[in-house]
Design a protein around this ligand. Structure first.
Ligand SMILES: Cc1cc2nc3c(=O)[nH]c(=O)nc-3n(C[C@H](O)[C@H](O)[C@H](O)COP(=O)(O)OP(=O)(O)OC[C@H]3O[C@@H](n4cnc5c(N)ncnc54)[C@H](O)[C@@H]3O)c2cc1C
Length: 485
């Protein structure tokens, strides 16, 4: 019997455990243990019912275009629980110069594909509009050094596009600024177009890739013209936690170790020693599905080089604040999924989702449910603020932006410390180094949002791939054999 330790019980670790469990069902000679430091499994995925409202403390959905999470849900018998975002309502506003301006039709992240709509939009000045025309004539650029998202977007559409669109969008997804994140990690397909074709605008229109690219980038700010035939986002009727609960239900109680932080992982004579709560156990293999900085800590003494690469992957923190309002406030709100706030507006709210519009049955029909997102790499201090202060800030800023002064019927606040990996310049190279190091270490695997995508579908995939590597290392399955997730 081969023993496997999985460290970290978020969606990545649960996906790894579930992948192993399927081999246990097929009588594979394996025995695994899932270590979770906290008092519950699921990591940042946490759904809560308050009266007739469904609140998502962390992620509220996943990208429909990336199949791994929806496939997993169907496999877990949750196919009939999957729900689509209400894309007919999809409109995102940018708060600029004190008012909410809708993103123009046809804007694909920052690439205008409907020039008429973009030219009529008050979101951009004439110099930016003229740059959009100039961009149409860009030639392929073969020797461009790795850029930040800001440098990349500025090269094509100028500074205003960075400030009003690109930066608020990436902050809303990653919690990190356009001047910090790597274009080749965050906007991979656009970077590829720049190299091969030059103009993003020309390529996007000509190649008719609008639908797939909008979904792939996954930014909340895609306007209605870009609505694909299926919805951009998918969630679950009972909330995102339905998915992690369903995975957990497959894992025997005896394999679950809650409130058990692992303190060290040590390779020794072909085995792996895992220390937790004063006890050391021997395993044949280990899957580390914690944030990268914790993986770095666990491996620091014995695998220092890998540890220092992992340590270099930065994380940002965030706060979500959900507020419920009455019918009168609901009537006063604009249509759409919500708004983003550029840095230049000097607010602490980075983004706000009109939850009642985004998914059905999240709030009673006579109520509004708003969810604000704060923090990110530029405002880590907010994590230290008392809840009452954060709520007062959110209420004041909502009043300034949306113009209502109503008391919310309730407020819920959630703090996520160092939960979102930041893909800075050099991230791809670093992940490749990590992958190479791991491939030469039999019995060690990594999973999580630090490597090849921070979204839930990517985390699900990373967990099942980490399990697949271990099963090959332990000769439970053959290399290259199709791994059934
Ligand atoms: C506020 C917020 C909103 C988001 N919104 C979306 C969204 O709408 N759509 C989307 O696709 N993605 C979204 N994301 C990203 C996505 O949710 C995460 O990337 C993903 O859930 C991370 O899962 P994980 O298992 O890799 O990590 P985590 O969820 O962080 O889980 C890691 C687990 O490891 C445990 N752990 C840590 N150290 C130890 C130790 N020493 N021993 C044992 N256990 C340990 C932790 O307690 C934790 O449970 C959002 C993230 C946040 C924070």
């Amino acid at each position: 019997m081969k023993r496997i330790a999985i460290i970290g019980g978020g969606v990545s670790g649960l996906s790894a455990a579930y992948a192993l469990q399927k081999h246990v069902y097929r009588a594979a000679e394996i025995d695994y243990v899932l270590f979770e430091a906290g008092p519950h499994f699921g990591g940042v995925i946490h759904s809560e019912r308050v009266n007739d409202f469904l609140i998502e403390a962390g992620p509220d959905s996943f990208l429909t275009e990336k199949p791994w999470a929806a496939e997993l849900c169907r496999e877990l018998g949750l196919g009939d629980q999957l729900i689509a975002s209400s894309d007919a309502e999809r409109r995102t506003y940018i708060f600029v110069n004190g008012r909410l301006v809708p993103l123009p039709e046809g804007l694909m992240f920052m690439v205008p594909t409907d020039l008429a709509a973009t030219f009529l939009s008050p979101l951009f000045s004439w110099p930016t509009k003229l740059r959009m025309i100039r961009e149409w004539f860009y030639r392929p650029s073969l020797d461009v050094p790795e850029s930040t998202v800001a440098e990349f977007v500025e090269r094509h559409y100028g500074r205003e596009m960075v400030e009003r669109v690109a930066d608020p969008l990436v902050v809303g997804v990653y919690g990190g600024g356009a001047d910090e994140l790597s274009a080749s990690s965050v906007l991979a397909r656009f970077v590829e177009i720049e190299v091969r074709q030059g103009s993003l605008g020309r390529a996007m229109v000509a190649s008719r890739k609008l639908q797939s690219l909008s979904a792939e980038q996954g930014f909340a700010g895609q306007p209605r013209a870009a609505v694909p035939t299926r919805s951009l986002f998918t969630s679950l009727k009972g909330g995102m936690q339905t998915m992690t609960d369903a995975m957990l239900a497959q894992i025997p109680e005896s394999a679950r170790r809650m409130n058990t932080p692992v303190a060290a992982v040590t390779p020794e004579s072909g085995k792996w020693l895992v220390a937790s709560r004063g006890r050391t156990e021997e395993f044949d293999a280990v899957i580390i599905a914690t944030p990268a900085y914790t993986a770095a800590e666990l491996l620091r003494n014995d695998v220092p080089q890998l540890s220092s690469e992992l340590e270099a992957i930065r994380y940002s923190s965030s706060v979500t604040v959900a507020l419920a309002y009455d019918e009168k406030t609901l009537a006063s709100l604009p249509a759409g999924f919500g708004f983003l706030v550029p840095r230049t507006e000097n607010k602490r709210i980075l983004a706000c989702t009109f939850v009642h519009n985004k998914f059905p049955n999240r709030a009673p029909s006579d109520s509004a449910l708003l969810r604000c997102f704060l923090g990110g790499s530029r405002d880590e201090e907010i994590l230290q603020s008392p809840d009452a202060e954060i709520v007062a800030t959110v209420r004041r800023e909502l009043e300034e932006i949306l113009g209502f002064t109503t008391e919310p019927s309730f407020v819920k606040i959630y703090k996520w410390r160092k939960a979102m990996a930041q893909y800075g310049v050099g991230h791809k190279t670093r992940v490749e180094l990590v992958r190479k190091a791991i491939s030469s270490m039999p019995g060690l695997s990594l999973a999580g949002n630090a490597y090849n995508g921070i979204g839930i579908p990517d985390c699900v995939r990373s967990g099942s791939e980490a399990a697949a590597k271990i099963l090959v290392d332990l000769a439970i399955v053959q290399p290259r054999a199709q791994f059934a997730r």
